[in-house]
Design a protein around this ligand. Sequence first.
Ligand SMILES: *Cc1c(COP(=O)(O)O)cnc(C)c1O
Length: 372
Amino acid sequence: MQQLAERTGAVLRLDLQAVRHNYRLLQNRLGTSRCGAAVKADAYGLGAEQVANVLYQEGCRHFFVAHLEEAIALRPSLPSDAHLIVMHGSPVGCEAEFIAHGCMPVLNSLQQIQDWSALAQRQQQRLPAIVQFDTGMARMGLSAQEVEALQNDPSLYAGIDVQYVMSHLACAEDQHNPMNRQQLERFQALRTLFPGSKATLANSSGIFLGSDFHFDLARPGAALYGVAPVAGQENPLRAVAHLQGRLIQTRDIPAGTGVGYGSTWRSKEASRIATVAVGYADGWLRSLSNRGVAHIAGFEAPMVGNVSMDTITLDVTHIAPTYLQPGTFVDLISATNTVDDVATRANTIGYEILTSLGTRYYREYSDECPAT
Ligand SMILES: *Cc1c(COP(=O)(O)O)cnc(C)c1O
């Protein structure tokens, strides 16, 4: 269904100029290492096609998605010299689809390696891939023993052109966590078993751990989309997503009135309540009940009562009525209430706020001065 600006309940503004700025900032920090991009989950909910296109224009050539389906959907939007990499690797039996759709798997297990190798031998051609090592996250990739098993029997990966070896950091947003260095050292050791391959380790936060972590290619996602990469430090990235919800109506209630499902908030004094057309069905998490805030003409209004499926309710008692006309837009994600601020109030991370952004929003992309 096509949303229309005039009748929408909420507007999600996506600033592609900010994505460009963030890519340049990260590429700059990486120096001679290349900056790729994680565009999985529809570029964290912001629109994979739009985001990948501007990143390509900025020089990005390595695009990471999680699922094969995501790669198949994105492939037609990208020029053929863009590498499209599927981090989950191939679903069992779907290896040939990678060739049909021009994308490359990350091989995470001996089984995936053997299946990719079998396809290479059937096709009598060398097939490119990335091999992932588990250096301490215990989620994806080969254990140290499995890497050694491969080394002892290279026929296991016959026909595979291991373009990169890869691993993923578990605690990179915490710069003082000893895990970072431990994983780096394990990665450096395992890497020597594939001397001809390039290497990729850093996600967004990994880029800020220093050049030891950069290797040949980084794979940032969140930082490109404005999420703060380093816990407890000022965010150098520019915000990309701006969300406004439409005020539907206001009402005056006496002291002692319960608001919303479960009456979890009760007015202590005579109050004015505004109802806004965004709810948990739009990804406005229910955990923001009685914790979130909105801004109206710059004034902060606390969210009171439980978040409903389609609405939230704000205490606007102290905001002048001229700012409270039905149809007014209320700021939900903004410069004063960033994705990270909203996440803190919702007891989650900016990643979840972005990837939850709803499909009912009217989406408006801006890209003021596209590269030529
Ligand atoms: C999601 C993901 C990334 C990107 O992580 P950010 O923290 O968003 O920069 C990089 N590598 C892997 C393996 C991932 O799953």
